[in-house]
Design a protein around this ligand. Structure first.
Ligand SMILES: Nc1ncnc2c1ncn2[C@@H]1O[C@H](COP(=O)(O)OP(=O)(O)OP(=O)(O)O)[C@@H](O)[C@H]1O
Ligand SMILES: [Mg+2]
Length: 532
């Protein structure tokens, strides 16, 4: 799918965790190794050593693994510069596995020295593959580590004449430095869900393709499957949605399943290490004339570690807030009887969750039961509660009975007013009308809706398959149905996201009663509110 000449371009592979970005890159690295290219993979997670073994129990490629749990040659945090020089001077294929270096400061310290040394010493073509590239070239430079970003930028932007062919792999294109990502000649994008990440590659796409096509592709990215991606090589006239093929080497980044013994490859390719180990040891042996790292330097390292950790915590907190915000939106949509269409298209879809407002405790009313102090939505909610007294409802149900959308400013204001009025009593998330409330609503109390009317009302407003489930249960009246029986009646399977979301919407709105039956699963019955 990608011509061999394209493998000498700078390639960026992006995709959310587990989407297959490392795996796809391995497929391309195997092609480089088949062609006898010089390749070095910078592997902070310890997932590349599998290149040494074949996928079928056969031997893989004679790649030297420096560092990590499967090291041919162990490394320490101080070996960055000697290893950089060694790789620059030898015709090697190697993996530099940083996963066992202990701390991020140690990894960054190693990479700073490595990148500087290899940049100085390299002359021949060398593919340098940076997995988790955002660690080395973050969009927001980490205090104290600006030098590292500078060296990586040098390799990526100005390293061509010194033979460097950088490939960048990342889960989070939004947090990779733009000046680095923008250098890619070829973009491979696997599944991407976050809007910031899609925006980040949107900038790349805009420079290469027409806007409409770019938008169409960005919109497809959240739905790509594992191992599937868009391959975009403008210089080769290529833009394709591709299912990337299986690799030929041992899958050492596979997600382990619970209870599974990790498989270990049986045969490793032979590599001649004696000369390499000797050269590295010589280069890395501390010079007795040089002073050992001082306590001051160690303290500076620790301080940089701390600054980086603090920054990461702040980033994680922000990501967490974004996630909570998005989750709240999803839950609100899934459990709203109005479904997604109930939201106006123009409503800003903020990802920042609203601040929690503490609920005021209901106060006794000073009003003497005229009901004039509740208006608008509050009044509608009160009347609905009074019409259906002594029934108790969730706020969502009450809103629907009152003909209101159970979210948004109008509803919230009404609920707040009512909570302060003393006309309702709220226990266990169910709302009922008080004596004072009944009296207050008394002046205008048209007939209550019938169960059949309420059923129609809900069915109109619930997302599929909830209305079908509800109507099927309604036919049964008081009788409950086992999940299997209910699903069979609807020609569906009682499992999977579609079915479960239907049941969850009904349960969360208090429209069905559920009960587990030993050995037979769950059974469902229409809630009293809807029974005739
Ligand atoms: N094209 C594919 N064909 C078959 N299996 C695949 C494919 N792509 C990915 N996988 C499977 O998914 C696993 C995870 O993929 P990979 O290691 O590439 O994750 P990743 O995208 O790099 O995630 P992270 O960002 O967390 O490192 C692989 O080890 C492999 O088992
Ligand atoms: Mg990966």
């Amino acid at each position: 799918m990608l011509p061999t000449t394209a493998l000498d371009d700078r390639i960026a592979i992006v995709g959310t965790a587990g989407s297959g970005n490392t795996y796809t890159a391995k497929g391309f690295v195997e092609r480089l190794l088949d062609a006898g290219a010089r390749v070095t993979v910078i592997d902070p997670l310890g997932v590349w050593w599998g290149l040494r073994a074949g996928a079928e129990g056969n031997a893989g490629y004679p790649v030297v693994v420096f560092g990590g749990r499967h090291a041919d040659v162990a490394i320490t945090a101080e070996m960055g510069a000697p290893l950089g020089r060694l790789i620059a001077q030898q015709a090697l294929a190697s993996v530099v596995d940083l996963s066992e270096l202990g701390s991020n400061a140690a990894r960054r310290g190693f990479m700073t020295a490595f990148a500087e040394a290899i940049y100085e010493a390299n002359k021949e073509p060398l593919h340098l593959v940076f997995d988790e590239a955002d660690l080395w070239a973050p969009q927001r430079p980490i205090k104290g580590w600006e030098g590292l970003l500078g060296h990586i930028e040098e390799i990526v932007r100005r390293g061509r004449v010194r033979g460097f062919i950088p490939w960048l792999i990342t889960q989070r294109p939004a947090v990779v430095h733009k000046d680095v990502l923008s250098q890619a000649d070829i973009l491979i994008t696997m599944k991407l869900t976050s809007s910031q990440d899609r925006e980040a590659i949107g900038a790349w796409i805009e420079g290469q393709a027409d806007r409409q096509e770019g938008r169409r592709i960005l919109a497809e990215l959240p739905r790509l499957r594992q191992g599937e991606g868009y391959l975009w090589a403008p210089g080769h006239g290529l833009l394709e949605r591709v299912q990337f093929p299986a690799i030929h080497t041992f899958d050492s980044s596979r997600t382990p399943r619970r209870g599974e013994q990790p498989a270990a490859p049986r045969t490793l390719a032979e590599v001649d290490l004696t000369a390499i180990a000797a050269a590295l040891t010589a280069a890395g042996t501390p010079n007795p004339d040089e002073p050992a790292p001082s306590a001051g330097r160690r303290l500076a390292d620790l301080e940089r570690d701390l600054a980086a950790a603090t920054q990461r915590i702040a980033e994680l907190e922000q990501e967490n807030r974004d996630l909570v915000g998005r989750l709240e939106q999803i839950v609100a949509l899934a459990f709203s009887p109005f479904g997604p269409s109930g939201l106006k298209a123009s409503e800003p879809q903020s990802v920042i969750p609203p601040r929690r407002v503490s609920r005021p405790r209901p106060r006794a009313s000073t009003d003497h039961g005229t009901g004039d102090n509740v208006q608008g939505a509050a009044r509608k909610l009160l009347i609905a509660a009074a019409q259906h007294a002594p029934g108790r409802f969730t706020w969502g149900q009450l809103a629907t009975l009152a003909g209101l959308k159970p979210s948004g400013g109008h509803f919230n204001a009404g609920r707040k007013q009512l909570r302060h009025s003393g006309y309702i009593d709220e226990t266990n998330n169910l709302v009922g009308v008080t004596r004072a409330g009944l009296k207050a609503a008394g002046k205008a109390r048209p007939a209550a809706s019938t169960p059949a009317e309420r059923l129609t009302l809900w069915c109109e407003r619930l997302p599929a398959p909830a209305p079908d489930i509800l109507r099927t249960l309604a036919v049964q009246g008081e009788r409950s149905m086992l999940a299997d029986e209910l699903a069979t009646a609807l020609g569906k399977k009682p499992s999977g996201g579609y079915w479960n979301s239907g049941i969850a919407v009904l349960r969360n709105n208090g429209l069905i009663e559920t009960e587990s039956v030993a050995g037979a699963g769950r059974r469902y019955r229409l809630a009293v509110l809807l029974r005739s």
